[in-house]
Design a protein around this ligand. Structure first.
Ligand code: AP5
Length: 264
């Protein structure tokens, strides 16, 4: 049992329902994973989801899934979004916020939520807070991962992904058992179009300009947890879980955080 559901509702949006529901966790978490491209948000989300019983909800994965829609059948908004992604630019706030709004049911999920890649601008963070309030739920914390910039470039340039099941590998730190083949579904691994050197520098610049202000946004509302993301992936996951456990204790002890009471 993975803990997370099958994420059908997240990938398909609208009225789609998950066929496999997440187990009911002992504590329900609503979390955002923050950090630069390549810091390991997706890798950590896959490790945290079964531990917390939440689903890993990545906006980048939803857009990438749009790439398999044949030419001519994609909406103009999706075509615009895919063009921005290929160049390493951010997709416009309106498109991203509409996409998450169409999946608002995932934010109310009994397993909680673990957002990866959203929000990425202050406008998106404000929209998320409003959306959560409308849905009668809230964000517990934004987990902010940090590593030196050179490490980001090494992680991004060596990453290989499986377009069929979204599994993520790295040619040095997490090589697949058979070169070029996904361990999980035997799909052929590819290098993401936005992991080329030109797109990496555009993405890092977009992060510096648009996403770093979110660190202050969440710090000011006492919802920021900073995690050093250098070292083995299991160690980073343990660090995150330890901080989350402490954070909750702290919340109950002090009771004065701006965050509203947790629902677990
Ligand atoms: P998205 O898919 O969200 O990409 P990203 O934020 O750039 O993050 P990445 O997926 O590149 O990195 P990651 O931190 O998840 O690292 P990973 O775990 O893979 O978004 C892609 C694009 O979509 C955006 O550029 C934008 O165009 C658009 N978009 C999406 N959301 C949007 C939004 N809200 N607003 C506007 N536009 C949006 O790890 C990287 C590599 O490192 C892997 O190979 C992994 O195996 C390896 N690794 C991980 N951890 C370690 C470790 N501890 N040690 C060694 N290697 C490690």
């Amino acid at each position: 049992m993975t803990g997370q559901g099958d994420r059908h509702a997240w990938f398909h949006g609208g009225d789609a329902k998950c066929r496999e529901l997440p187990r009911i966790p002992s504590r329900r978490f609503g979390l955002v994973l923050l950090g630069p491209p390549g810091v390991g948000k997706g890798t950590q989300a896959e490790k945290l989801a079964p531990e917390l019983g939440t689903c890993h909800l990545s906006t980048g994965d939803v857009f990438r899934q749009g790439q398999i829609v044949p030419d001519g059948q994609r909406s103009p908004a999706l075509d615009t979004a895919l063009g921005a992604m290929r160049r390493g630019e951010l997709v416009s706030d309106d498109i991203v916020i509409d996409m998450v709004r169409e999946r608002a049911g995932c934010l109310r999920c009994r397993g909680g939520f673990l957002l990866d890649g959203f929000p990425r601008t202050v406008a998106q963070a404000e929209a998320l807070d409003s959306l959560l309030e409308e849905q009668g739920t809230h964000l517990d914390a934004a987990v902010y991962y940090t590593v030196p910039r050179q490490t980001l470039i090494e992680r991004l340039s060596g990453r290989r992904t499986c377009p069929s099941c979204n599994a993520v590998f790295h040619i040095a730190s997490r090589p697949p058992r058979l070169p070029g083949i996904c361990d999980d579904c035997s799909g052929r691994l590819v290098q993401r179009a936005d992991d080329c050197p030109e797109s990496i520098s555009v993405r890092l610049a977009a992060y510096d300009q648009n996403t770093t202000p979110l660190i202050d946004y969440y710090r000011k509302t006492n919802r920021l947890l900073v995690v050093e993301a250098d070292g083995p992936t299991d160690t980073i996951c343990m660090r995150t879980l330890a901080l989350l456990a402490e954070y909750k204790v702290d919340y109950h002890d002090n009771g004065d955080r701006n965050a509203r009471p947790a629902t677990f």
